[in-house]
Design a protein around this ligand. Sequence first.
Ligand SMILES: NC(=O)c1ccc[n+]([C@@H]2O[C@H](COP(=O)([O-])OP(=O)(O)OC[C@H]3O[C@@H](n4cnc5c(N)ncnc54)[C@H](OP(=O)(O)O)[C@@H]3O)[C@@H](O)[C@H]2O)c1
Length: 268
Amino acid sequence: MPAGGELNGKVAIITGGSRGIGRSMSLAIAAAGAQVVVASRTENEPPPDSPFIKYGSGTINDTARQIAEAGGEALPVPCDVTKTEDLRNLVERTIKHFGRIDIVVSNAGVDCESPVAELDEALLDRAINVNIRGPILLCKYVLPAMFEQKGGGSIFCITSGASLGYREGRVGYSMSKAALDRAYLSLAEEVREHNIAVNVLSPGRVDTWMNRNGDWPGTAHIPMEQPGSIDAAAVWLAAQKASTFTGQRVERADFGITWGPGIPMPTA
Ligand SMILES: NC(=O)c1ccc[n+]([C@@H]2O[C@H](COP(=O)([O-])OP(=O)(O)OC[C@H]3O[C@@H](n4cnc5c(N)ncnc54)[C@H](OP(=O)(O)O)[C@@H]3O)[C@@H](O)[C@H]2O)c1
């Protein structure tokens, strides 16, 4: 790993690391020196005739391979964040392989695109399970190890602009991200005494499978960014502790302008 990398010696878990924003953050956090556990469901490539193959392709093994090729260290762990046994296994394998957990990025997420009058209940349940329940249970299972280490750490989730405002046909998604925001901002207070930072990062509109698949009506006015646009903000957040930056919901586009290196943390 690069000498002097700002995350040298740290271990990071990143959910949804198989593609899109999660894959980009996995590569960036590894390039900054952390050992990275890449967690999501997909271990094998989909067939070449899959729809949206360019955006859908991506596996935890492939992300881990890319990290290794760049000189970093990664462990791919299959994990469905809706399953308790998978989350427990993720934490156990991380501790067994790398010995500690310093950084947790709860990025795995799914859409819930449907007018309420036509809502498929299974779609709503899935959004609640992946976007809210999974991120809270992930913290439930990583926190005891992080407390025991006594060195602080950083947890953050990936939210959406939809948590703050109306998005056509996406009531369920907006609700799930608003709940996620509140959960993580409250958790920030709960774990402050352990010097663990908990923050919420909104990435903007990013060119990924999720975005292309849904085509998100009403968002065309928001500039489309590539996944790498989030990397610098993610690496900086990963390096924080409660003593330096916590309890904040931040926009990627404002990184280095209203928050980030050298900018004082806002007080409540
Ligand atoms: N793209 C945007 O414009 C945008 C804007 C705002 C917020 N976001 C948020 O950014 C995050 C990443 O989204 P993306 O745009 O990169 O979408 P994406 O390309 O669809 O990636 C989603 C990731 O989540 C994983 N995932 C889905 N269900 C999972 C489950 N049950 N267990 C574990 N992993 C699961 C997927 O991996 P597997 O399929 O391998 O499990 C994949 O790695 C999401 O939380 C999303 O809501 C995206």
